[in-house]
Design a protein around this ligand. Sequence first.
Ligand code: MG
Length: 249
Amino acid sequence: MILIKSEEEIKRIAEACRIVAETLDALKGFVAEGVSTKEIERFAEDLIKSKGGTPAFKGYKGFPASICTSVNNQVVHGIPSRVKLKSGDIVSIDLGVYYKGFYGDAAITLPVGKISGIAQKLLKVTEDALYIGVETAKVGNRVSDISNAIQRHVESNGFSVVRAFVGHGIGKLLHEEPQIPNFGPPGRGPRLREGMTLAIEPMVNTGGHDVVVLEDGWTAVTADGSLSAHFEHTVALTDGNVRVLTKSS
Ligand code: MG
């Protein structure tokens, strides 16, 4: 069942989302060559807690860290480690916050130092695909209209969308219905309604769409070793508009 949120509930979700956005903004200035993903996790966790929030991923289904950090060919759910980032890397940071009973969720992929032309294109295409998905999340459209718009943008740029992980509803739970795939024909699935809160999150590979989960049980990597990026926003459908709740200031 898709839960429709009241104005008050959306206000509370927006507060959790503001902590997510502020933390991701701060990370843009922190991520650099020589910084480890473990240090990124520590920085993010301290900031989230200083704002009164709780990192939502820690312990979620047993996930061992506060945030997900996925480097280069890692798609999602990378576990922070002591390995230092180097120039040319890209790092996806996925971050969820629990605040006063509600969740916010967003992800960005950041360049480290000087990155290749294809990596630059990957980041742009993935972020643009997210915004195309967001614009398609209009009241009256169907869920798979979002999926189709994202897939068409990605594939027309020669990249592929990951099938194994999808976007989702969000609110009192981190993952609610509906599931929002980043691929598929338009015009399918539930109709989008006023009061829905959704996390839209394209994951895009420069190579094929297949992924493999490593022995740690979490880290998903591209099957062909190609690069992968991930951008995500939590949005609310209110007043006939799509409002991005995790927008960067
Ligand atoms: Mg999510």
